[in-house]
Design a protein around this ligand. Structure first.
Ligand code: ADP
Length: 647
């Protein structure tokens, strides 16, 4: 592009038009016509014998300024006609001497000037079209000479920088725009001149004082001899992009800092391979959770498919690993084989849940099992890919503390059981003495039958049979009491609900009978078994029954105790212990389950507190529903074991 043409010669268009163009078309036409008239009159009237008609070249040049080809042709034709007319008037048509030669030279000069003007006009038209193109650009484009003086300024430059072309022309670009370079100005210039171009990011200031960050490309324009004539500068405004990038970098750094300095262990894992496998299962129309339950091989494979991409220092120290690269393996290498949560996490991932959390165990580098709490954050959208973040907290110490609490609770519960049995001593003694008496009686009877002559062996056998049965009964009672008093750590096993209620009622049956309490038990058929500590739950029922008997001890109306066991719609088991005692006042109800709350003179107030802790430790609830004056109802809700048999 021939932009080295200095100001004033190339712009035809609008605001970038230059001073010479400011002369309007009609003014040019008028000037050309007047000048032509003057030259004509001078040619005709002047006694001078010179090539005055050559001056018509000026008329052609003025006409050329309108940029209309027809004006140029009209001016040229007019000039030639006037030259010929003036010649005819001054010399007549018969004279072919030197005046004719001068006229021919003048006409030739007019023709040559017209041709050159035409050529110039078409070059100008091309340049103007190119200049218009530059004006369409959203980039700021300007031309400057080698000293930095601006001589072209496109529309975008005007809009963004705020100076019009007229204001920018003649100003030194660096001063006008307060340019700040990434390196020394001289270095930039040297590079530009050496390579013919320069690219970089620089800062400039607009008229309103706003600082812009610009991506700049410069190119040197040279003349035919290779001498630098000017520089074309193209600037793209990247201020916003830069700000966004800076914000992104800042947030990335902050996230990294959080990741590295967090005391919570963090793992980043790639679940894309598992995503594909889950998608193919879903395509077959199989519910993922059903599929996972039925295919342990798939679950084992999925553990190996999930790659650990990154881990933070907190996690490394949790599993005693020093080199992170040593850790970048698969989930299978860190998750304990006893883990039961992974299937749930896969199902949650397949459902596109936002997160999944639970408690599991990891395996340290030395094979040590580490109990952990974890929360998995799944990608919020498909754009986030399949990288999953897992936050892990080591709960070894918490587990120890929990164990200690559990032990203390077990000891307290044991003490309470001893205390309960202490209360039952009289009835137990009575219960045991009964079979013992029966054994003695049957033994004596047997001996009498034996002493007979002849001895009646049939009767002896019957008597001995009864003695054995009674002995077994006594031993059963002692066994039950010993089991109840056993000081053993909590042991969870499968519990048949009907057997639980039966054992508990057997322990207090005698006491209830002594206290004149009528017991009614109603156990729904087909109730599922549950997992738990049999003795602890037995203690809950014994406590509730003895409390009921105590509550009803002063009343004359019928003393009824009802125990019902049902499995409700939510699949949990509900054990109801209801009496017809005085019930519990609103005021007492608030404090009933608090340790050491008792309304009894010699009460310890620990019974209900232990009952509630025990039930809650089994994942259940213990609540009271009481109508003062009518009776109290205690409701124990317990979860059943999934898939367990009915007892
Ligand atoms: P304690 O039996 O040693 O008092 P508990 O914790 O077993 O301790 O009971 C606390 C209190 O709850 C009792 O003192 C009694 O006032 C009240 N209570 C418990 N069961 C009943 C019930 N069935 N009817 C009325 N009040 C009850």
């Amino acid at each position: 592009m021939a932009f080295y043409l200095r100001s004033g010669s190339l712009y035809d268009s609008r605001k970038s038009a230059l001073p010479r163009r400011h002369m309007s078309t009609s003014a040019c036409r008028l000037a050309a016509a007047l000048l032509a008239l003057c030259i004509f009159l001078f040619d005709v009237l002047s006694p001078l014998e010179g090539a005055v008609a050559v001056l018509y070249v000026l008329v052609v040049l003025i006409a050329a300024r309108t940029a209309w080809r027809k004006d140029l042709f009209a001016a040229a034709a007019g000039a030639i006609v006037l030259t010929l007319v003036a010649y005819a008037i001054s010399h007549g048509l018969e004279n072919y001497g030197s005046p004719a030669l001068r006229a021919i030279v003048s006409i030739a000069a007019i023709a040559i000037a017209t041709m050159l003007a035409l050529q110039n006009q078409s070059a100008m038209a091309t340049l103007a079209a190119q200049a218009r193109l530059l004006n369409l650009s959203h980039d700021m484009i300007f031309m400057r000479d080698i000293e930095g003086v601006i001589d072209f300024w496109n529309d975008a430059a005007e809009q963004v920088y705020g100076w019009s072309p007229a204001e920018a022309f003649g100003r030194v670009a660096d001063e006008l725009l307060r340019t700040r370079y990434p390196a020394e100005r001289a270095t930039v210039e040297a590079e530009l001149l050496q390579n013919g171009r320069w690219e970089g990011v620089l800062e400039q200031e607009t008229r309103s004082g706003a600082r812009l960050v610009l991506d700049s490309r410069w190119a040197v324009q040279r003349d035919r001899l290779g001498k630098p004539m000017g520089v074309l500068e193209i600037h793209t405004d990247i201020t916003e992009r830069q700000a966004e990038n800076a914000a992104l970098v800042k947030s990335e750094r902050r996230n990294r800092r959080m990741f590295d300095s967090s005391r919570i262990g963090v793992l980043e894992e790639d679940w894309s391979a598992v995503r594909k496998e889950l998608a193919s299962i879903q395509e077959k129309g199989i519910p993922v959770s059903d599929y996972l339950a039925g295919d342990p091989d798939f679950v084992a494979r999925a553990r190996r498919l999930i790659r650990i991409v990154d881990v933070n220092p907190a996690l490394l120290s949790m599993v005693f690993v020093e080199d992170p690269n040593q850790f970048l393996t698969t989930v299978d290498d860190v998750l304990s084989l006893t883990d039961r949560t992974f299937v749930g996490a896969l199902a949650a991932f397949a459902r596109d849940d936002a997160f999944y959390e639970g408690e599991t165990e990891m395996v340290g580098s030395d094979g040590e099992v580490i109990p952990v709490l974890f929360a998995i954050t799944f990608p919020a959208s498909a754009d986030d890919g399949d990288n999953v973040l897992i936050y892990v907290v080591d709960i070894t110490e918490r587990r120890h503390a929990q164990d200690t609490i559990q032990q203390a609770q077990a000891e307290l519960a044991h003490a309470a059981r001893v205390a309960t049995l202490g209360e039952l001593t009289a009835s137990i003694a009575h219960e045991v003495s009964q079979p013992l008496m029966a054994i003695v009686t049957n033994g004596e009877a047997g001996m009498r039958w034996l002493r007979r002559d002849p001895p009646n062996l049939e009767e002896v056998e019957t008597a001995l049979g009864r003695a054995v049965a009674e002995g077994r009964r006594a031993s059963g009672i002692v066994k039950r009491i010993r089991a109840f008093l056993k000081k053993a750590p909590s042991h969870r096993g499968e519990i048949v609900l009907s057997a639980l209620v039966e054992d508990a009622t057997a322990l207090v049956q005698r006491e209830l009978a002594r206290a004149n309490v009528q017991l009614q038990v109603d156990i729904q058929a087909g109730i599922q078994n549950m997992r738990g500590d049999r003795i602890q739950l037995q203690q809950v029922l014994v406590n509730l029954m003895i409390n009921a008997a105590h509550a009803m001890s002063a009343q004359t109306r019928p003393r009824l105790l009802f125990i019902g066991v049902v499995q409700n719609a939510s699949k949990s088991i509900e054990i109801t212990v209801r009496d017809t005692g005085p019930g519990v006042s609103e005021e007492h109800r608030q404090r009933l389950f608090e340790p050491f709350f008792s309304t009894k003179q010699d009460g310890m107030g620990m019974g209900l507190a232990i009952c509630r802790t025990t039930v809650e430790a089994h994942g259940g609830q213990l609540v009271i529903d009481s109508q003062p004056g009518v009776g109290a109802t205690f409701r124990v809700t317990l979860p059943v074991t999934e898939g367990s048999a009915a007892g």
